[in-house]
Design a protein. Structure first.
Lengths: 135, 536
């Protein structure tokens, strides 16, 4: 059986938060896990992320927030992708209280990764999100 | 507290006995003693016998009124200084109604758009009597201007104000990433603040040279030490190039370090920091005032070490890290709240964190003897090793900068060297934890109890953003638009002349109720906007 094409992930800090340690670690974990990572870095907007998704034909978007903005920005990203006609799941990493997870799931966020998530969990979460897309 | 004489060999008086009543001296071992060059053992002879460290708890969330209430609570609970956390839009110099601010207003700190918010933030607090630390960098001169304006409108002259402005832009490019302008004009703003406070605010620390964020971003302890001191040397070079004499401003430079889990590594780092600073300031930068040679620092326990799993265990981590800061001779301390890996600190968690410091100060006896670990073979070796590793970094930066640390730091920022070193170390650590080579209690071992019920978390609702937007709109409505426009024209004109100190123009602007965002955008027109090259 031929190997499937590697999962392509766009990683970005959406908004103003500058804490990029976690996202950089996740980038390397995913790369080491065989995925193709497009790392956009800091101060991205939903529009700049959508541009990258279209240009890079990405399978998954990963955004990171450690500033308590996830309930606003997570759904905003999901809706912006849908409005652009893109069926690309969104995974959120950062400090997200457990009780917010159902709200994010209901808003269409495909996965949430908290601080200290092991590499295997990070890779599995992104893989599961990509699979949801029917890859 | 009893205050015995400062001589290390003198009778320490009846106030300093062990729990069982054994009298103890103020210091043990050989010289150089605490208070003596190169200050490895501490900057004061008596250390905590004459004065405990300042228990300075960082707080900020929601509207200025919300944070003001937390300030009053912390002061009532025995905190001895204020420390302000601003929200992301404020840290980035953007108004609450900027499109970037959506979802971030008041979330990770307090929202400040105009001087009116600062009036609310410090309502009912005598600014002549407290000391205030403000964690702000890119827009630091604007926030300082607002603080001075609030104080003066309340009748407190600027010369009486005590506090610290973080104003350490170099580490932003290296680690924390809250910059606005490119490095060189940003450093000009730093030196403008140094010149301003040196002339007019003798009790103010114009820069808090911060390793904290470098470490949080993932660096090793040795790199935290080395990058931070290199940034300090860079500011000394920049301020002297701007015409100041080193002894005019260096006594007011202060530092801010992380205290992480490896107890002896941290103590060695703090001791090495003092020794290196003293030697470099005397031998390389020609400082002669003893105060220029003494490295004073604030410590915060390592936020990044806090776990979301079994968060109560973080209380123990914080206590041990705080103990390392105290044994290392810190001048002030913030202890993290145990719920910070889950959310912003709740009031109850913040109180436990403050109580932890009070236990260390009043129950453990560690404050009775200066540099209690000095002379330990391991601690002395670690201190030397930290210095050796830092020296390697200084040599590398001098190579990059053609002999100048300032130029070396610019080069290291522009090439992504600092960010790359930090990211490498962060990933190495993560892999060690993943592979189980490094045990983190509750994360990769001893996980029974991880599913326990979670404590109450602090949440900031949408109403904060709505309130702040109304507040901002009201200020814009009631101000004199012509004064605002005039003040911005002056800011632009004076920004274009690097020899002019921008502080007076910024003070005029904030008094006219010009917003942070309006001032920052005007300055961006002159200085440009920095976009980093993303490295992973």
């Amino acid at each position: 059986m031929a190997d499937a094409a590697p999962v392509r992930v766009v990683l970005a800090k959406l908004g103003l938060d500058g804490h990029d340690r976690g996202l950089k670690v996740v980038a390397r974990m995913l790369r080491d896990g065989g995925m193709e990572v497009v790392y956009l870095g800091l101060r991205q907007t939903t529009a700049s992320i959508i541009d990258a998704v279209e240009q890079e034909d990405a399978d998954v978007v990963g955004i990171s927030m450690l500033n308590a903005g996830h309930l606003t920005l997570g759904p905003l990203m999901v809706d912006a992708l849908a409005d652009a006609g893109l069926d690309v799941p969104v995974v959120i990493g950062g400090i997200v209280p457990d009780e917010d997870r159902p709200t994010l799931a209901a808003a269409g966020v495909a996965g949430v990764l908290g601080p200290g998530s092991p590499a295997a969990e990070v890779v599995a979460c992104v893989q599961a999100a990509a699979a949801r897309r029917g890859l | 507290m009893v205050n015995p004489g400062s001589r290390p060999d003198s009778d320490s008086g009846p106030g300093f006995r062990t729990l069982s009543g054994i009298p103890v001296d103020g210091v043990y071992g050989d010289g150089p003693f605490p208070g003596e060059f190169p200050y490895t053992r501490g900057v004061h002879a008596e250390m905590y016998r004459s004065r405990l460290w300042t228990m300075r708890m960082f707080a900020g969330f929601g509207t200025a009124g919300d944070t003001n209430a937390r300030f009053h609570e912390l002061l009532r609970a025995g905190g001895s200084g204020l420390s302000t956390a601003f929200d992301m839009p404020t840290l980035m110099g953007r108004d609450s109604d900027h499109s970037w601010a959506l979802g971030e207003v008041g979330r990770a700190g307090v929202a400040v758009d105009t001087v009116e918010d600062m009036v609310d933030l410090f309502a009912g607090i005598d600014l002549g009597a407290v000391s205030t630390s403000m964690t702000i960098n890119g827009p630091a001169p604007i926030l300082l201007g607002m603080y001075v304006a609030v104080a003066e409108e309340a009748g407190v002259e600027r010369s009486r104000l005590a506090g610290t402005l973080q104003n350490d832009i170099l580490k932003e490019y290296q680690a924390q990433k809250e910059y606005v302008f490119p490095p060189r004009p940003s450093v000009r703003l730093v030196t403008d603040v140094i010149r301003f406070t040196t002339a007019e605010m003798p009790r103010w620390n114009p820069v808090s040279i911060s390793g904290y964020h470098i470490r949080e971003a993932g660096s090793t302890a040795a790199h935290e030490l080395a990058f931070t001191l290199a940034n300090g040397f860079a500011y000394v070079e920049a301020a002297t190039a701007a015409g100041l004499h080193v002894d005019d401003f260096a006594p007011r430079l202060s530092f801010f370090f992380n205290s992480h889990n490896d107890f002896f590594e941290e103590v060695g780092k703090f001791r090495a920091a003092r020794r290196i600073w003293a030697r470099w300031m005397r031998d390389r930068y020609g400082a002669t005032d003893e105060r220029s040679l003494k490295l004073r620092f604030h410590t915060q326990t390592a936020g990044v070490s806090l776990t979301a799993q079994q968060p109560e265990v973080n209380i123990a981590r914080v206590a041990l890290q705080a103990m390392a800061g105290v044994m290392g001779g810190t001048q002030s301390l913030h202890t993290d709240s145990h719920d910070e890996a889950l959310a912003l600190p709740s009031e109850e968690a913040a109180r436990i964190a403050l109580r932890t410091q009070q236990v260390i100060a009043h129950e453990t006896g560690v404050a009775n003897v200066a540099d209690p670990l000095g002379g330990s073979h391991y601690v002395e070796w670690m201190t030397d090793e930290m210095e050796r590793r830092a020296t390697d970094v200084f040599e590398h930066l001098e190579d990059l900068g053609g002999g100048s640390i300032l130029e070396g730091v610019y080069a290291g920022i522009e090439s992504g060297w600092f960010a790359g070193e930090i990211a490498d170390a962060a990933y190495r650590y993560e892999r060690e934890v993943n592979a189980g080579e490094r045990i983190i209690v509750g994360v990769n071992a001893f996980t029974e109890g991880n599913d326990a019920e979670r404590a109450r978390l602090l949440r900031i609702g949408q109403d904060t953003e709505d309130l702040q937007l109304k507040r901002l709109a009201a200020v814009k409505q009631s101000r004199d638009d012509r004064a605002v426009a005039d003040s911005l024209r002056r800011v632009v004109a004076e920004a274009s002349d690097p020899t002019t100190n921008l502080m007076p123009a910024l003070m005029e602007a904030v008094r006219a109720r010009t917003t942070i965002g309006e001032i920052i955008e005007a300055l961006e027109g002159v200085f440009g906007t920095y976009v980093e090259q993303a490295v992973i």
